[in-house]
Ligand binder design. Structure first.
Ligand SMILES: NC(=O)c1ccc[n+]([C@@H]2O[C@H](COP(=O)([O-])OP(=O)(O)OC[C@H]3O[C@@H](n4cnc5c(N)ncnc54)[C@H](OP(=O)(O)O)[C@@H]3O)[C@@H](O)[C@H]2O)c1
Length: 400
């Protein structure tokens, strides 16, 4: 039993909070704190009569360490679950260090003015967390998150050595809009309009955005076009999976999404460089975010499934082996259960699980760790229990 402070109250936080309230044997008290406190209050209102978890709310500016420290000292949580934006990671890590509280997030730090996400800024906290006897668990969403847990699980139970990992993220959901993003549009567009890259023989190989395309026949979904992207777990898995020779990440995109994105890029709407507009400085991508559909409004409209998983190739007892571990999630079922579509659901559930394992001491070691550095078994068990059951298939179709 313990106390959790959730920071942020957007799409992912809403699912994590629903799951925390379902798991009221573990989470005795929850404080939902964010920039817009009205959203936290609305969520509290919706859930407080459905759970034994005691819910409070607070307003906090997560860019301000003093503000965070004050809130943490007042509420005294056992863990802080950071579900605000990647820009706030370091401030929240600072506040956790200052107050002596464990830290969990789902996305690595990214400076607001450069679209470049890397672990180096958060890994630089290792010694300070070690000295303070605190655990920082990085990347407890789906990808990163469950993909790292799948990798650790495959290594533990199926292989002596893993040589190749292909992470496949397929969203076959249809929301009926010509163009909308399934999570925060600014973060999503920064990710997909960046150069692609994959990790091979200890080096990064860079590609143009969307340069590498493959078609894959996804279980329970069918054939989809997918494109190679850079993704943050490639960096940590490249270091943490011994014997690895290559890791790639592919995400599916429909034709309409790509055509719209190209057009927006061509006219400068996806730029993060500030411009002057009628005497005021604006960032084109932030303006675009303001005119696009709010991802939280997609829930009731989105139909179809997601399939996210990893294909592993490696050796067991001297022989080559291939396995595919994946989860299939249905947008409408997620909406029925927690009022959100599957993209938020597949991130919010693992965020709750990671926070639970750190809070109850199952995953506790002093320092800053990526998720694949912990024993995967309790997490895999919890995925089945909390709504993201997974399957293992031997000899799957491989990605050329
Ligand atoms: N690992 C994965 O699989 C995965 C997948 C998807 C997303 N993510 C990550 O999950 C996180 C949340 O994503 P989302 O889609 O839920 O985003 P979102 O809907 O935009 O929610 C972000 C929340 O953070 C709040 N916030 C922003 N700046 C703040 C500040 N300075 N102080 C306090 N609160 C602040 C926002 O407040 P307002 O309500 O006032 O805007 C909003 O409630 C992001 O870091 C994203 O990268 C991870």
């Amino acid at each position: 039993m313990g106390k959790i402070l959730v920071i942020g109250c957007g799409g992912v936080a809403s699912v994590a909070v629903h799951k925390i309230c379902q798991n009221d044997e573990e989470f005795q008290e929850l404080c939902i704190a964010s920039r817009t406190v009205a959203k936290c209050n609305a969520l509290k209102e919706k859930l407080q009569n459905t759970t034994k978890t005691k819910i409070t709310t607070a307003k906090v500016d997560a860019n301000n360490v003093a503000d965070l420290v004050k809130l943490i000292n007042e509420f005294k949580p056992d863990v802080v679950l950071n579900l605000a934006l990647p820009y706030q990671d370091l401030k929240i890590m600072d506040a956790c260090l200052e107050t002596g509280v464990h830290y969990i997030d789902t996305a690595n730090y990214e400076p607001e003015d450069t679209a470049k996400f890397e672990y180096k800024w958060q890994w630089a906290y290792r010694e300070r967390y070690q000295k303070a006897g605190l655990t920082a668990l990085l990347g407890s969403g789906f990808d990163p998150g469950v993909t790292g847990v799948f990798s650790a699980y495959a290594l533990k139970h199926y292989f002596d050595e893993i040589n190749y990992i292909d992470i496949l993220d397929c969203n076959a959901g249809d929301h009926g809009y010509p163009f909308a993003t399934n999570f925060n549009p600014e973060i999503n567009i920064r990710e997909v309009s960046a150069k692609g890259s994959y990790w091979e023989n200890g080096k990064w190989i860079e590609t143009e955005p969307m340069e590498i395309k493959r078609v894959y026949n996804f279980p329970e979904i069918g054939e989809k076009d997918m494109y190679l992207l850079h993704h943050e777990e490639l960096e940590s898995l490249g270091l943490n999976i011994p014997g690895i020779k290559r890791i790639r990440f592919f995400m599916t995109f429909g034709k309409s999404y790509l055509t719209h994105l190209k057009c927006l890029e061509n006219v400068g709407m996806t730029s993060i460089k500030p411009i002057m507009y009628e005497g005021k400085e604006i960032v084109p991508l932030q303006f675009l975010k303001a005119v696009l559909p709010d991802p939280s409004s997609l829930g009731p409209r989105t139909k179809g499934k997601t399939n996210i998983g990893c294909i592993f190739t490696g050796k067991k007892d001297g022989k080559e082996r291939n396995i595919y571990i994946y989860n299939v999630c249905d947008h409408q079922e997620c909406y029925k259960e927690v009022g959100s579509q599957a993209v938020a659901y597949t991130t919010g559930v693992p965020a709750m699980i990671g926070a639970m394992l750190v809070m109850n001491g199952t995953w506790r070691k002093a320092g800053v760790y990526n998720i694949e550095e912990f024993n995967p078994d309790p997490f895999m068990e919890a995925l089945n229990k909390w709504g993201l059951p997974w399957k293992v298939s031997e000899n799957p179709e491989l990605v050329p």
